[in-house]
Design a protein around this ligand. Structure first.
Ligand code: PMP
Length: 354
């Protein structure tokens, strides 16, 4: 840190992204990307854009917003494209939180929420998950703060039902409730239909998981028009051209091939079920995941050891250090073939240990 750092950032502890190793080819099961590349149809329009890159992109993201809105059954002014859903989460902390309207979220959830809170100078409270790692919805009623909930939650993968989400939204008439649906396409229920009923609900989604485009950085906010207008105030005050022209073209291509997305989600859910069964046979226990990852611990081997040994054997998974979760690893669900290799390597590890 230099002596010039502003006072407000002196104590900021930045987010640590998952490993993105560039040196060696791993089976990469650590940051919940899709194992499937974008389809040929999805990328077909992108190269035309290169020759138009001397121009700024459309700050209104018209074509992409229209297509996405149509797909999810809302209006164009009820969505906002963002540079990865991380961007809209940060915008939500800026737009809807301050020293009086603080933030609440579970103690075990997406680690970026507290970093965004700190970055925006927003005090926050972390509410412990239950013994079963579940969110107790009544903990969030009348929160007197902006509520941030990942549904399904990460890294547990446990989903709330749509009724439970509605209870949280309904019981916070004076607070914005942000439902982060990064993993909703793998078995969760989306809260998008509720935006027409509640003016305090913001849903966030991403193209980084089910839509195979983590590298392009594309996400969406979905809410009633007035909340989207607030978020656009933040966007136009920081980065009006937040979606670059290549990402815009890719995003439209991806939406033109929704079949491919749905088929891939089905394959991932099947691979998850396969891996969960095999992991159980090897002595792992896991939470009930509705996401494209499995949160698992072995009854006899520490989470850290499994993480390290898998890495030596060419498989990357995610290990977290929190007290309650240090025995677990979060394992992204890849293809069935990748899951088969994973199970084989875990069998080797178990044999080496005993
Ligand atoms: N929310 C959750 C719960 C996540 O796990 C992630 C990805 N790490 C994100 C949001 C952000 O996704 P992106 O910025 O790639 O859209």
């Amino acid at each position: 840190m230099s002596r010039f750092i502003s006072q407000k950032f002196e104590k900021l502890v930045p987010y640590t992204p998952g490993e993105q190793p560039q040196d060696k080819k791993y089976i990469k099961l650590n940051t919940n990307e899709s194992p499937f590349p974008p389809s040929d149809k999805a990328v077909s329009g992108v190269s035309d854009i290169f020759k138009r890159l001397m121009l700024y992109p459309d700050p209104e993201c018209t074509g992409l917003n229209e297509k996405f809105a149509k797909l999810i059954g809302v209006e164009k002014d009820e969505v906002m494209a963002v540079n990865g859903s991380d961007e809209i989460l940060n915008f939500a902390f800026s737009a809807f939180c301050d020293k009086e309207k603080t933030a609440v979220f579970p103690d075990i959830t997406y680690g970026f929420y507290e970093v965004f809170a700190d970055y925006n100078g927003v005090p926050y409270k972390k509410i412990p998950l239950g013994d079963d790692f579940k969110i107790n919805i009544s903990d969030y009623f009348n929160a007197n703060a902006t509520v941030f909930i990942a549904n399904p939650n990460a890294p547990t993968g446990i989903a709330l039902t749509l009724d439970e989400v509605e209870e949280i939204v309904k019981n916070n008439p004076d607070n914005v409730v942000v439902i982060d649906e990064a993993y909703v396409d793998f078995g969760g229920e989306s809260a998008v239909p509720l935006i027409h009923k509640y003016d305090n609900l913001l849903v966030t989604q991403t193209f980084s998981k089910s839509r195979s485009a983590a590298g392009a950085r594309l996400g969406f906010g979905i809410a009633c028009k007035s909340l989207i207008a607030d978020l656009n105030t933040v966007r136009f005050s920081t980065n009006p051209y937040n979606i670059n022209a290549m990402t815009m073209a890719l995003g439209e291509g991806i939406l033109d091939d929704e079949d491919y997305t749905r088929k891939n989600c089905k394959k991932i859910i099947e691979a998850r079920l396969f891996a969960e069964n095999e992991l159980k046979k090897l002595g792992f226990e896991m939470t009930n995941s509705s996401a494209n990852f499995i949160f698992a611990r072995h009854k006899n081997i520490s989470g850290e050891k499994i993480y390290k040994k898998l890495k030596e054997k060419g498989i990357l998974v995610r290990h977290f250090n929190g007290e309650r979760i240090k025995d677990f690893n979060r394992i992204t669900v890849g293809t069935k073939d990748e899951m088969t290799v994973l199970i084989g390597k875990l069998k080797e590890i178990i044999k080496e240990e005993f």
